[in-house]
Design a protein around this ligand. Structure first.
Ligand code: ADP
Length: 644
């Protein structure tokens, strides 16, 4: 870049002598001029005195030492001093220190050359900043004195200086500056053209300006320039310029036309980086707008700078309403946990990210739950410049959670109530069955005594009544025994042990298929697992199921097949018989206490066996159910929880 040259005030020789022969050591002074000096040196007649004072130029008469001998009014004004105070004072005391050397050279030259000499210096002035002056100096009185004629050139100096500043701006500016003629040829360009586009100044100056414009932007640019020549004022537009390496840079222009001078003056700013950022932002905004979640960008203090459409949908606000507002203004509502807000505040303060669930309220006051993720955004120096908040609406999830929680509470309450009533029932059953046995025994034994001792006295009808009574007492005894058994089945974890079902079923086989009365059972089962269970209860379970399989038979040979499979949490067992089967409408009823499907004459029983099975299975963390086809047989399924 061209360095601005410091303006030098130089001693310049009289133009009359410029280009002439070298100044002679002994100045040749024409006779006529010498006469003129004599006249000047002589006391001025009164009529010229006024002319001398009122002259716009300042005049000083100095002796050879530079002492002021005389001066006119304009001269005193130039220094802002009283005329009389300057007489016999050194003239150079009024010269700006930085120009003293110039004046010294000039002053010596007046006397050594004897010809009219000039210089430009700054004079001090008591009332204003420096006054820039042009001084012509001429010797007088046989070279013993000299006269200085001084003209104020401050205005010209200022104008020159301003022009210089403008030139400096032109040279130093980081923007593109140029002027082109009406045909689009460059007249002048500043160094930024070379720096930004990579071309040499010559390569640019010899091209038509349109050649440097991206082909897609040429029409629009030419359109702008055509309008410019017709309209007045500054026109702003953007286009892309071609760089020497083949890439393009985005430039924003301010252009003005001077039609009379056939000139267009343009100043362009390289906005490529800004455009790239805008482009990136546009893409990010597109992505952010596609998501159903709300996205908020804030500065490092939490002031909202951008929101997506998801934010509008979730909160009911639009960006214009929230721009520049602190994000916490949207959190301070009754109902939002203060603890959570304090936590988020601390994250903002410590410039840290976090993820938290939060109850918030939309513009119309409706509450919604969000899962908020706060991510700090960092610049190249790893400094946090802002935050990104991603808010996911989890209101539905929260509702389900709350409903489940309430349901669980209800279930727990009901379970507690059931346990209580079960315990009461069991207590009652135990007490009842225990206490009822004694009077029952009395009825039974007295009935037997009655028959034994008084049978001959009884007629057939009386005997039949007694038989009914004995039978009723027997059944009641059975009922009481079963009820007692039912009430005794309880959860005693201490009795849980590794139970080998192979052994257990072998015992069953002995009981049910061995010699004895009634139908003998054919029991088929594969290799069985070893389970952690209350052995005697599991035995009772199989006993009841196998007993029923034998009891509820239409044909002679009862066959039971047992199978099992291992599931993640349980063992599943199947007990399939070839009995009379059960109608689907009774599938659930049969597991309820005292529920029977047959009269005692058909099949004996108390309706407690399967209720006991259900109780045992549930105590082992499982469930029991039946699948059956009437006349074909039934399969009882039950599960036993594995214990890790
Ligand atoms: P009980 O056998 O004493 O009547 P349970 O509780 O053992 O009582 O059985 C309830 C009812 O379920 C029985 O009355 C019977 O009608 C039916 N039932 C049970 N097991 C079978 C089976 N294997 N086949 C068909 N019906 C059955």
């Amino acid at each position: 870049m061209k360095k601005p040259q410091k303006k030098q005030l130089k001693v310049v020789e009289d133009s009359m002598n410029k280009g002439g022969s070298k100044p002679a050591k002994q100045p040749h002074v024409p006779a006529q001029e010498n006469d003129h000096r004599e006249i000047l040196n002589a006391p001025l007649p009164e009529k010229y005195k006024e002319l001398y004072d009122l002259s716009p130029s300042g005049y000083f008469t100095l002796d050879k030492q530079g002492v002021i001998l005389d001066l006119n009014l304009s001269a005193a004004l130039l220094l802002g001093k009283d005329r009389s105070s300057l007489i016999n004072q050194s003239f150079s005391a009024n010269i700006a220190e930085s120009h003293l050397d110039i004046f010294q050279v000039f002053f010596e030259k007046i006397f050594t050359t004897g010809v009219k000499t000039c210089c430009e210096v700054a004079l001090k002035n008591d009332f204003k900043p420096f006054v820039f002056v042009h001084i012509d100096g001429t010797v007088l009185s046989k070279a013993e004195q000299c006269v200085l004629a001084i003209a104020d050139i401050t205005a010209r100096h200022k104008a020159e200086n301003e022009l210089k500043v403008k030139q400096d701006i032109f040279e130093l500016s980081l923007d593109l500056h140029c002027s082109t003629d009406g045909n689009g040829f460059f007249k002048i360009i500043n160094p930024s053209w070379t720096r930004i586009l990579g071309w040499t100044a010559e390569e640019i100056m010899t091209r038509h300006s349109t050649n440097l414009i991206h082909p897609d932007d040429r029409d629009s640019t030419l359109g702008v320039k055509r309008n410019l020549l017709q309209a007045s004022g500054i026109v702003n537009f953007e286009n892309r310029l071609l760089c020497k390496d083949g890439t393009h840079r985005w430039i924003e222009w301010n252009v003005v036309a001077n039609t009379t001078e056939d000139t267009i003056v343009s100043v362009g700013r390289d906005i490529t980086e800004r455009k790239q950022v805008e482009d990136e932002n546009r893409k990010l905004a597109m992505i952010a707008n596609l998501t159903v979640n709300a996205v908020i960008l804030t500065d490092s203090d939490g002031l909202i700078q951008w929101t997506n459409e998801g934010f509008d949908r979730l909160t009911g606000y639009d960006f214009n309403e929230v721009q520049g507002i602190n994000v916490f203004n949207f959190l301070v509502r009754s109902g939002t946990s203060q603890e959570v807000i304090l936590y988020i505040r601390s994250c903002f303060k410590n410039k840290k990210g976090c993820r938290i669930e939060l109850l918030n309220f939309n513009k119309s006051g409706t509450a919604y739950w969000v899962d908020v993720e706060i991510v700090p955004m960092k610049d190249n120096d790893n400094l946090v410049t802002g935050f990104m908040l991603l808010e996911k609406d989890i209101t539905e999830k929260k509702k389900t959670e709350t409903a489940l929680l309430n349901q669980n509470e209800d279930l727990n309450k009901r379970a507690e109530e059931l346990t209580l009533s079960n315990e009461e029932l069991e207590r009652f059953a135990y007490v009842a069955s225990h206490d009822l046995q004694e009077p029952l025994r009395m009825i039974s034994s007295f009935m037997q005594l009655l028959i034994r001792n008084y049978e001959p006295l009884l007629d057939e009808k009386a005997r039949e009544y007694v038989r009914y009574a004995v039978d009723g007492a027997d059944r009641m005894k059975m009922l009481i025994m079963d009820l007692l058994e039912y009430s005794r089945v309880g959860l005693n974890k201490d009795l849980f042990q590794q139970t080998d079902l192979n052994e257990l079923l072998q015992e069953m086989d002995v009981i049910f298929s061995g010699p004895g009365e009634g139908h003998r059972l054919i029991l088929q089962y594969p290799a069985m697992p070893v389970i952690f269970a209350n052995r005697s209860q599991v035995m009772q379970l199989f006993q009841n199921l196998l007993g029923n399989a034998i009891k509820y038979q239409a044909i002679d040979q009862p066959i039971v097949q047992i199978s099992w499979e291992e599931q993640p949490q349980h063992y599943l067992f199947r007990v399939t018989d070839n009995g009379i089967g059960i109608a689907p409408k009774y599938f659930e009823k049969i597991f309820v206490l005292f529920q029977r499907l047959h009269v005692k004459e058909e099949y004996s029983g108390t309706g407690i066996g399967l209720a006991i099975c259900k109780k045992i299975v549930e105590l082992h963390g499982g469930t029991i159910w039946v699948e059956s086809t009437e006349g074909e047989g039934s399969t009882f399924f039950f599960t036993i929880r594995k214990v890790a």
